[in-house]
Design a protein around this ligand. Structure first.
Ligand code: 5AD
Ligand code: FES
Length: 359
């Protein structure tokens, strides 16, 4: 196993078969070895710096019906909400005061917000906070829409591919939703010039180790600037309510692998990871993650953006989460920085001695 890990470290990828062996046969000691290498890599690019993103969950209306998600259209018990433009701007205002320099506008695919509304929103935020990055996470849109958002000033886009296997994708989503369109969106976003984030759930229903290897190989091809992964966690009002949650250990292993594959990528220790284990996010950082995404949404709506059961931080104010995370990061020797936290391309030859002076 060590030889395989060393090869991943130097070559940054493995064959599908080798990824499968790594994922299925890694002992806890092997994982520790991998995490140490992964920490070394993130330390080289980021030191002990952790980037923060302020997450604003501005609508939980969604036209999609993903079988795993608590805010799927078919969930009649979900209490729906939309934030007004003023409410969103007020989240940014308090976020800015707390040191956030990236705002992530995340929502279900809600047709109530037209492309023009999003353009206006992005423009206003960028005008009020020219030193901040705006990230959109609002699902599958037309190429034209993606271009307009980018021209309005959006810097980054998050769209998890969820699973890179079309059959598996078909078991997680109803017939109208397909993997091909999702992947096309990702390639389009990259081409337009966004910093792109993708990702998947670990332990989603029917997922095999092979599927995970396929996810890794897809990510190798796409070369996203950001990768967000977290364990699948059941939501009681979905068709997958009785499916078991994904494991923390496997999620951590995948974070470590992703760090070795994409040395300078932005990899969050996600809220889902913090939900399945009280120290999940700290463990995520120690496995190679370098970003945390505390919630900036008004407390009155937080509980309603319930993608899965028992989601953490739904009762806390923005400032509480910010400082909670700060002390959590400090407890493991890291610190949160006031910074946009952009992706920085690596110079050529960065694996040689020269990089020691360059980085
Ligand atoms: N458990 C874990 N993650 C989930 N997501 C949606 N539903 C769940 C769930 N039940 C993730 C999806 C989506 C992101 C916003 O949240 O990967 O892309
Ligand atoms: Fe929200 Fe700790 S990060 S309470």
């Amino acid at each position: 196993m060590r030889a395989l890990i060393d090869r991943l470290y130097t070559e940054r990828t493995l064959s599908k078969e080798d990824f499968c062996s790594l994922l299925s046969r890694c002992t806890p000691e092997d994982s520790e070895y991998l995490f140490k290498l992964a920490r070394g890599v993130s330390g080289k690019y980021f030191g002990n710096r952790i980037y923060v993103r302020g997450l604003i969950e501005f609508t939980n209306y969604c036209r999609n019906d993903c079988y795993y998600c608590g805010i799927r259209r078919g969930n009649r018990s979900a209490e729906r909400y939309r934030l007004t433009k003023e409410e969103i701007l007020s989240c940014c205002e308090s976020g800015y005061g707390l040191g956030f320099r990236t705002f992530v506008l995340q929502g279900g695919e809600d047709p109530f917000f037209t492309d023009e509304d999003i353009v206006e929103l992005v423009r206003t935020i960028k005008k009020s906070y020219p030193d901040c990055a705006v990230t959109l996470s609002i699902g599958e849109k037309s190429e034209e829409a993606y271009r307009k958002f980018f021209q309005a000033g959006a810097d980054r886009y998050l769209l998890r591919h969820e699973t890179a296997n079309a059959q598996h994708y078909g078991r997680l989503h109803p017939p109208g939703q397909n993997l091909q369109n999702r992947m096309e969106c990702l390639w389009t976003l990259k081409e337009i010039g966004y910093q792109v984030g993708t990702g998947f759930m670990v332990g989603s229903p029917f997922q095999t180790v092979e599927n995970l290897a396929e996810d890794l190989l897809f990510i190798r091809q796409l070369e996203p600037q950001m990768v967000g992964i977290g364990p699948y966690i059941p939501h009681h009002d979905t068709p997958f309510a009785d499916q078991p949650a994904g494991s923390m250990e496997l999620t951590l292993l995948l974070i470590g692998i992703l760090r070795l594959m994409l040395p300078n990528a932005l990899i969050p220790a996600t809220t889902a990871l913090g939900t399945i284990h009280p120290n999940g996010r700290e463990k995520g950082i120690l496995a190679g993650a370098n970003v945390v995404m505390p919630n900036l949404s008004p407390v009155k709506v937080r509980k309603k953006y319930e993608l899965y059961d028992n989601k953490i931080c739904t009762g806390e104010e923005a400032a509480e989460c910010r400082f909670c995370l700060q002390s959590r990061m400090e407890s493991i020797g890291y610190r949160i920085v006031v910074d946009r936290g952009d992706f920085r391309p690596v110079k050529k030859f960065e694996n040689t001695v020269r990089s020691f002076y360059d980085v």
